[in-house]
Ligand binder design. Structure first.
Ligand code: NDP
Length: 251
């Protein structure tokens, strides 16, 4: 946990960084924060109006001009990811980072009642889509002199918990895939792959998981950005295949 990390203003200057689920919650905060530290941010998500609002906020601050990439992981095909790679290649020629942040909670319900279609949907959005997107974008990541890929995990991706079903399983798979890929690309020396658990954070997803909780008791997405910055920028060089937390563990 790097909650006290103070990122230099130019931490991500000149870097091209893709943020998935950039329209809301933690992804929105990360996109803005990366742009404020000099990055050209590619805003990916399924609700265009939300992406446009983030785009406008970045433009209003006079930060590097972002790009919008509308994509719904639910219906996205491998071809869509390759088309995306082609577009990004033409536009930028490389990719210096991916924050895999988009996520779907599904339902918190006893496994006996878990709907199979919903299970598939959660796996598609949280792990299968991100995996094939990563495969398509690998050549662009390899073209960067210093790239960082961050997968978003959860406490239930590190220890199973009753009723968390597909969400928990998808986060375990995320941790596993992170380790496999980190090990495969280690020889390159220019690409690091890690996972990050944001910890309980004040967003719409958290609200739907814990409706009775007081949101004021939680950190905001903005408050957990230090670790997101540290892991995306060069200060985390030498770390790969590791699991990080964006907040100190609860006492
Ligand atoms: P939000 O629900 O606020 O944001 C999730 C984002 O993912 C939204 O921008 C949403 O888009 C996008 N998204 C959802 N489904 C799709 C899809 N099919 N295709 C493309 N984009 C999609 O959640 P958080 O900000 O809280 O969560 C961000 C990440 O952090 C997730 O991976 C979550 O699992 C993880 N996390 C969050 C915790 C918390 O306490 N908040 C704790 C542990 C982990 P749209 O707005 O258009 O629906």
């Amino acid at each position: 946990c790097k909650i006290d990390y103070q990122a230099p203003a130019d931490l991500l200057a000149g870097r091209v960084i893709l943020v998935t689920g950039a329209g809301d919650g933690i992804g929105r905060a990360a996109a803005l924060s990366y742009a404020r530290h000099g990055a050209t941010v590619i805003l990916l998500g399924r609700t265009i109006a939300k992406l446009e609002a983030v785009y406008d906020a970045i433009e209003a601050e006079g930060l590097p001009q972002p790009a919008i990439f509308p994509l719904n992981f639910e219906g996205a095909t491998v071809k869509d990811f390759h088309d995306m790679a082609e577009t990004l290649d033409k536009e930028f020629g490389r990719l210096d980072g991916i924050l895999h942040n988009a996520g779907l909670l599904g339902r918190i319900t006893p496994f006996a009642q878990y709907n199979p279609e919903l299970w598939e949907q959660v796996m598609q959005v949280n792990i299968n889509g991100p995996i094939w997107m990563t495969q398509a974008l690998l050549p662009l990541l390899e073209a960067s002199p210093d790239a960082s890929v961050i997968f978003t995990s959860s406490s239930v991706g590190r220890r199973g918990r009753a009723y968390w079903g597909a969400y928990s399983v998808s986060k375990f798979a995320t941790e596993g895939f992170m380790e496999v890929l980190a090990d495969e690309v280690e020889h390159l020396g220019t690409l690091r792959i890690n996972s990050l658990n944001p910890g309980g954070t004040r967003t719409a997803m958290r609200k739907s998981a814990y409706p009775a909780e007081d949101p004021e008791a939680l950190r905001t997405p903005e408050e957990i950005m230090p670790t997101y910055l540290w892991l995306m920028g060069p200060d985390s060089q030498g770390h790969s295949g590791e699991r990080f937390d964006a907040q100190p563990p609860k006492q």
